[in-house]
Design a protein around this ligand. Structure first.
Ligand SMILES: [Zn+2]
Length: 418
């Protein structure tokens, strides 16, 4: 069977999953929540109907394989995540899981057993939007979730991550002992197909791209700046302890450092995605005493991440002194940058060239489960599919032609590996 014949099936799968997780605006597949579970059970039924074997791993991720394969020996792993951000797009994560399923279907149709079997994984809990922490499903597999992580609360329900994972079927005792839940030596290679979440491939007219590495990040979900409340008309500038001006000053200082570092060729992006005064007491005529904000810096270089983080802390200290305010930090979260395997990048590139596709090798600004595999020493590779209108929003728009081209490259690459 030519794998391109699966195109109508792809259209149907994407539209059915969109339907079952539609929230009126975009799709919502909460980590360990309703939309994610509905997506998992829909894909399980689809796979079973097509003669694949389906099971859950010890962290409640979904595993697909051909019947009676993936026993004791090595397997090639491929997959992506099942969850989405609130009111997100339909292709983030889902594209990679469906692509993996298609590779299994193509192998099944061809009827020739490969030397190294393929295991497709649908991760739960990749998005940080729900618990303030990314890579929960893959992190649990590697024994990377600590007690603080497991105590994190779901943004809407307040239920702990431990309880949500447990309800989804994960072995929470083993996870809380930070045991590795699988043997990494049995993974011959990890491959992830994913939509590009930035504007680069559309601008450069590239249907596909091979990913060289994944930016890491350092975050605080919540930093508090504390000053003193006062009457906006009555307190002169020199006596103010205005938390909002202090935070604005900090952000502008960081922007200046960022722009200087960019001129020097440093890979860096800086974001404060959430800023708020205390709604219970804020007023037009009140000097804000309390401002809460998030901090995130991303880079391909761990040294750059550390250096910029220290710079941010030093500026907070300086501003505290100059403006008579105080900064309080919640737990610092680090996701390490990752480098994709050189040989896998070459192989993916070779297959793209053979298919006659224009492509480039680019870095990923967004984080992916593949980074955990790469940082555990497992040869890992990623293939990006062009996607219009960015990601983490309902306007994500991947062309089905681009997707099928990517599936073809993934399938060929897996064939060469096994
Ligand atoms: Zn994603």
């Amino acid at each position: 069977m030519d794998i391109l014949e699966l195109r109508p099936v792809a259209e149907e799968l994407f539209s059915k999953v969109r339907e079952l997780s539609h929230d009126g605006v975009g799709v919502t597949r909460a980590s360990y929540g309703e939309g994610e579970s509905a997506t998992a059970s829909f894909l399980r039924d689809f796979a079973l109907k097509h003669g694949l074997e389906v099971s859950a791993d010890r962290a409640a991720n979904l595993l697909f394989r051909l019947p009676d394969t993936c026993g004791e020996g090595q397997a090639v792993w491929c997959g992506s995540h099942l969850d989405s951000v609130p009111q997100g797009g339909n292709y983030d994560g889902l594209a990679g899981v469906i692509a993996g399923l298609f590779c299994l279907l193509a192998q099944k149709q061809s009827g020739t057993a490969s030397r190294i079997p393929l295991q497709v994984i649908g991760f739960r809990g990749e998005e940080s939007a729900w618990f303030g922490k990314a890579y929960m499903g893959s992190g649990a597999l590697f024994g990377l979730l600590d007690a603080d992580d497991l105590a994190l609360e779901q943004r809407d329900s307040g239920e702990s991550l431990a309880s949500c994972m447990h309800n989804a079927g994960a072995e929470i005792e083993a996870i809380s002992r930070q045991e590795a839940l699988f043997d990494p030596l049995r993974v011959r290679a990890f491959l992830e197909l994913h939509i590009e979440q930035g504007p680069v491939m559309v601008a450069r007219k590239l249907p596909l791209a091979v990913v060289s590495g994944i930016r890491g990040n350092v975050r605080h979900n919540s930093i508090q700046c504390l000053g003193a409340a006062g009457h906006s008309g009555a307190v002169p500038r020199w006596l103010r302890r205005d938390a909002m001006f202090a935070v604005a000053d900090l952000i502008m200082r960081l922007d200046e450092h960022w722009s200087v570092l960019l001129e020097r060729g440093t890979d860096l992006v800086v974001t404060t995605g959430m800023v708020s005064t205390n709604t219970a007491e804020h007023a037009v005529s009140r000097i804000p005493s309390q401002v809460r904000f998030s901090f995130e810096v991303r880079s391909k270089s761990i040294d750059t991440l550390e250096a910029f983080y220290q710079l941010m802390r030093a500026e907070c200290t300086a501003i505290s002194r100059e403006r008579q305010v105080r900064f309080e930090f919640d737990r610092r979260l680090l996701s390490k940058p990752a480098t994709m395997d050189g040989q896998l990048c070459d192989l993916l590139s070779k297959v793209c060239t053979r298919q006659g596709t224009t492509f480039e090798v680019i870095a990923s600004g967004a984080g992916h489960d593949a980074s955990l595999f790469a940082n555990a020493g497992i040869p890992s590779g990623m293939l990006f599919i062009r996607n219009q209108n960015g990601s983490h929003n309902p306007e994500e728009a991947m062309e089905m032609d681009d997707f099928m081209l990517g599936v073809q490259v993934l399938h060929e690459t897996i064939r060469e590996l096994s």
